[in-house]
Design a binder for this molecule. Structure first.
Ligand code: NDP
Ligand code: 2IT
Length: 443
């Protein structure tokens, strides 16, 4: 049995009931074998056994008081997975589905993603099984303050720097930042995705979506084409989806669909993004609201957004939102490019089918790395107490996405897997972390 297969088997056995974590490891570990064959020292030094075990996993109680005066209790999490190349960095997810397996899959992916950015950030992730939907601002503030009261013991500008993810945006980051400052007396870059008036970076809000489109820009360029006139289907209608739609539209694409967990809108002539922003960012409403105010679109809750014919599909909602049956539909309808805005958007069999069928596929750890990359630029601006212009940050983001694309392509090619960005991104991300772990000894 190969080294990677052995570690995978052992790790699955040692971490039962964590299917998403198993899936992330099953996608990553086997692709590292050719690189490890060439560098046997990594097996000798047990790098993989160390890599799959988080440095630390904290689970904590988050009690808070709702608007009726009742006490609610949620579970909070932070996994500090790997600090070989920098302080832990990764988002916080507030969603009722959050559990240990989901936090560990996200934290594990984050190690590779953060390495790919070329910046000095280690892998971490956290969150809570709290559902912000339907809660008042006051309730969200109460929850966030309680959450950070506990988390503040474990984070810090040079230690662990959380940010947003599903259910955590500027509002939640603001409440947590204010409470952190109050608890510690420190005005430091402990969180990213902050508001622009208190240490946030320009382009952070847009970064994941814009970065995703910059990744696809490179994929298209390799096929001598551009976004101009392409039909794009996007799932989700949150932070990543909205800014992916914005940049793709600026590049001349037509965004024909967006969704949320209730259903999707189909706008054959292109979505009105200002209306989407009003509904989603301002009113915190449902995407179904769109068709009540724009008669160029229809709403569907009984079929999948992936049933729509398109040139490019950008999943931007959550993990495993593209299963094999959806991949089959996309392929049948002529989709040529799939790039993951969400983490682990596609199941393993869906990913394999895309690759086998010649659909150009970019995995999340490469394609959605723009968000955390600009988070690291926010950290850099905070430490040096300067502010870069929108153009400066955007230009750095575009270069970073270009470099991630090139490094992933080159790594795949080096190991005889030309065009396989899944293997390429895994190897390119692993190289730096593995070497850093090796040189730091048995830690
Ligand atoms: P938001 O909370 O802003 O938006 C999430 C969107 O996805 C909403 O439209 C939501 O619909 C939908 N969604 C969430 N969970 C589900 C589900 N179980 N089934 C169907 N739809 C769902 O989150 P983000 O846009 O920030 O995150 C989207 C994805 O991108 C996540 O996978 C995240 O990990 C990833 N990501 C985010 C980054 C960032 O910087 N924010 C960076 C890199 C990756 P509804 O409102 O109905 O729940
Ligand atoms: O999945 C991710 O990369 C994020 N949610 C962003 C993390 C960050 O620290 O900006």
């Amino acid at each position: 049995m190969s080294y990677t297969a052995k570690v995978l088997e052992q790790t699955i056995k040692r971490n039962p009931n964590e299917p998403e974590f198993h899936q992330a490891m099953s996608e990553i570990l086997p692709t590292l074998q050719p690189f490890i064959d060439e560098h046997p020292v990594y097996e000798k030094e047990r790098i993989l056994e160390r890599l799959v075990e988080p440095e630390r996993l904290t689970v904590f109680r988050v009690p808070w008081v709702d608007d009726k005066g009742d006490i609610q209790v949620n579970k909070g999490y932070r996994v500090q997975f790997n600090s070989a190349i920098g302080p832990y960095k990764g988002g916080l997810r507030f969603h009722p589905s959050v559990n240990t397996g989901i936090i560990k899959f996200l934290g594990f992916e984050q190690i590779f993603k953060n390495s790919l950015t070329g910046l000095a950030i280690g892998g971490g992730k956290g969150g809570a099984d709290f559902d912000p939907k339907g809660k008042s601002d006051r309730e969200v503030m109460s929850f966030c303050q309680s959450f950070i009261c506990e988390l503040q013991r474990y984070v810090g500008a040079d230690r662990d720097v959380p940010a947003g993810d599903i259910g955590v945006g500027a509002r939640e980051i603001g409440y947590m930042y204010g409470q952190y400052k109050r608890l510690t007396g420190q005005y430091e870059g402990v969180l990213t995705g902050k508001g622009l008036t208190y240490g946030g970076s320009l382009v952070r809000k847009e970064a994941t979506g814009y970065g995703l489109v910059y990744m696809v820009e490179n994929m298209l360029a390799s096929k001598n084409t551009t976004f101009e006139g392409k039909k794009v289907v996007i799932s989700g209608s949150g932070n990543v989806a909205i800014y992916a739609a914005e940049k793709a539209a600026q590049f001349g694409a037509k965004i024909i669909a967006l969704s949320d967990s209730g259903g999707y809108i189909h706008a054959p002539e292109g979505v009105d993004l200002e209306l989407v922003k009003q509904i989603k960012e301002v009113e915190r409403g449902r995407i179904s609201e769109y068709v009540k105010r724009n008669d160029g679109a229809t709403y569907h809750s009984d079929s999948s957004v992936w049933s729509l014919p398109c040139d490019i599909a950008l999943p931007c909602a959550t993990q495993n939102e593209i299963l094999k049956e959806h991949a089959e539909l996309l392929i049948k309808n002529g989709c040529k490019i799939v790039a993951e805005g969400s983490n682990m958007s596609a199941s393993i069999d869906a990913t394999e089918l895309f690759i086998k069928s010649g659909v150009y596929f970019a995995p999340g750890k490469a394609a959605n790395a723009g968000g955390v990359a600009v988070s690291a630029l926010e950290m850099a601006q905070n430490s040096s107490r300067i502010v870069w212009s929108f153009e400066e940050v955007d230009c750095r983001l575009r270069t970073i996405m270009h470099d991630i694309y090139t490094n992933s392509c080159n790594a795949a090619q080096r190991y005889g897997m030309k065009g396989n960005l899944v293997a390429g991104a895994n190897i390119a991300g692993f190289e730096k972390v593995a070497e850093a772990m090796l040189y730091q000894g048995a830690v």
